[in-house]
Design a protein around this ligand. Structure first.
Ligand code: DON
Length: 565
């Protein structure tokens, strides 16, 4: 029963995350821009980012404007009520990683989502006020702007405020999504919300968000204080009281975005720069790349039989480690160096049998001395000087907890479900976890978000990221190999059909178009169950070409749009 529940939750969240759109028969072509490029999940947000670049703002200025714009035009994932990660590479090679992940409220505790018999009550960590972590996005944008921004804060929020105040015409895809979620929105927001209206939404309807405009005004005028204190904070705490939520004024005051050392590693002669814990993304992507580096993938070819076997077996092993060793580094000492031991990761692949799947049951997390054994969105920006920003930001499921903060007009996340609610119990993405990712007050829940920047010979090469819950890591892994091994351009690298393995469930998830029928048959014969599912992720990729131009690829699975000048 529980398995069925999770399969359904996973199915619907993935449908929501990837927002079904029939991939156009003629595959979209990569675009190129000479000065700057922005790719986001919504054309209006991309246009706002480019406008800031054209007016002389840098990549971080544009990122701040885009983050707030997405909170207005892409409410199923763009947010001020969620959190995220930024990976940054300046034109001079300086790198940085900003963690604005949500934290568990201080009253949160390990067993808070278990019933008296110790079984998870899944609804609680997924919907309603109790599912929400303390939001980090506003603090994140304030920090990023303080360190790297060059334009006035107020100017960067103005386009988002205008869109919220005056409204914008929704796309067909958005109208469908709004209508699909109507029941839940009504159930969780008895006082109403801008997204709830008497008749069904249709394409080009104007979506006006007056309360959100006021909240954005307060943030524009008061910065951090406009969200974590005063009126907005009062609205959040009042919303918590309505539904047994835990976030207090003190939690909001205490919230901090944190600068962390990015994960930096080598794949052949490329330098990979990605997000460290509390994301598992950087370590997992790097470990996957190390695991496959010695195999002749380019010679075997894209989604060839051997290529898939090697990638899947690497994924199986890496996700086993993820479940045991990754969590918030401020609460759990993550063995980063041991996990990134290249020799170990390569040696571990020697147990692969090219004629037979390794059962997941035979794979355990490695032993490290001293240790017991969809909705998200991504955007990329490169400015005229070559500064690059990759941000993945999330409220977790589509429309997060589905709770709009009454009076403040924004959605709260359901990020608490990213914690391991109980060892051995899968979360909405089927991911397992244990002590490292157990709930504790003030702790950040483990993430898979992997905003990644690649450098070659000291020059920017590629900026990539995607939503997709547990599939984020394997999607990034594929995009990187698509470019570095299989010679794809930016657009092909994100359009290409994807597959995914995460240790448990022990199966390969595939998009309809992924993996040829013959290879699928061979894999099934050798013990790799194939599970078909709807679209995986919504990937964005910017490649800097040898002539310095920027080539863009926006995922055709959604409304995603590349813009530049
Ligand atoms: O942080 C994470 O790993 C998840 N909360 C991401 C959720 C996600 O990508 C949903 N979108 N499709």
């Amino acid at each position: 029963m529980k398995l069925l529940y999770y399969t359904l939750v996973l199915y619907f969240s993935v449908v929501a995350c990837s927002t079904q759109k029939t991939v156009a028969p003629a595959p979209p072509k990569a675009k190129t821009f000479s000065n700057g490029a922005v790719i986001t999940a919504h054309p209006l947000a991309s246009a706002i980012g480019v406008d800031i670049l054209k007016k002389g703002g840098n990549a971080v200025d544009a990122a701040v404007a885009v983050q707030f714009a997405l909170a207005v035009v892409y409410p199923n994932a763009g947010n001020i009520g969620g959190g995220g990660f930024m990976v940054y590479r300046a034109h001079n090679g300086e790198v940085a990683a900003l963690d604005f992940r949500e934290t568990a409220p201080s009253w949160a505790s390990r067993d808070m989502y278990l019933d008296r018999d110790g079984n998870p009550i899944t609804e609680l960590s997924l919907y309603g006020q109790l599912a929400a972590g303390v939001p980090g996005s506003v603090a994140g944008m304030v920090e990023a702007h303080k360190k790297y921004g060059s334009r006035p804060w107020l100017q960067l929020l103005t386009p988002a405020i205008k869109l919220a105040e005056q409204g914008f015409a929704i796309t067909a895809m958005q109208a469908n999504e709004f209508n699909e979620h109507e029941k839940r929105f009504k159930a969780l927001n008895p006082n109403g919300a801008a997204i709830i209206q008497a008749k069904a939404w249709k394409k080009d309807d104007l979506f006006v968000q007056k309360e959100l405009a006021h909240t954005l005004h307060r943030i524009a005028e008061q910065g951090r204080e406009g969200f974590y204190n005063g009126e907005t904070a009062d609205f959040i705490v009042a919303e918590m009281k309505r539904g047994n939520g835990l976030i207090t004024h003190e939690d909001l005051k205490q919230y901090k975005a944190i600068w962390r050392q990015p994960i930096v590693g080598a794949y052949k002669d490329y330098k990979i720069i990605s997000m460290p814990p509390p994301s598992s993304g950087g370590i997992a992507v790097m470990t996957l790349l190390q695991s496959v580096e010695k195999y002749p993938l380019a010679k075997w070819g894209f989604q060839a039989d051997s290529t898939i076997r090697v990638m899947v077996e690497a994924e199986r092993r890496v996700y086993a480690d993820r479940a045991s060793y990754l969590g918030d580094p401020d609460f759990y000492s993550v063995p980063t160096a041991a996990l990134l031991d290249k020799a170990y990761n390569q040696e571990r692949m020697s147990t692969i049998d090219f004629n037979k799947a390794t059962p997941s049951a035979a794979i355990k997390a490695r032993s490290i001395p001293g240790y017991e054994s969809e909705q998200t969105t991504h955007f990329n920006i490169v400015d005229k000087d070559g500064n690059a920003v990759a941000i993945t930001t999330t409220i977790n499921g589509s429309y997060g907890s589905c709770v709009w903060v009454d009076g403040a007009g924004f959605l709260l996340n359901n990020e608490m479900d990213d914690f391991s609610v109980k060892p051995g119990s899968p979360n909405m993405y089927g991911l397992l976890g244990g002590k490292a990712n157990a709930i504790e007050g003030g702790k950040r829940m483990l993430s898979a978000m992997s905003p990644t920047i690649i450098e070659q010979n000291g020059q920017l090469k590629m900026v990539v990221g995607t939503p997709g819950g547990s599939t984020i890591i394997t999607s990034i892994f594929q995009a990187i190999l698509n470019v570095l091994e299989f010679g794809m351009d930016a657009q092909q690298s994100v359009t290409a059909a994807r597959f995914h393995h995460q240790w448990y469930p022990d199966r390969i998830d595939v998009e309809n178009e992924a993996i040829s029928p013959t290879v699928r048959q061979n894999l099934e014969k050798d013990g790799y169950p194939i599970f078909k599912r709807p679209r995986i992720g919504r990937m964005e990729n910017i490649i800097r070409l040898p002539n310095g131009k920027l080539q863009t690829g926006a995922d055709p699975r959604g409304d995603d749009f590349a813009e530049g000048y």
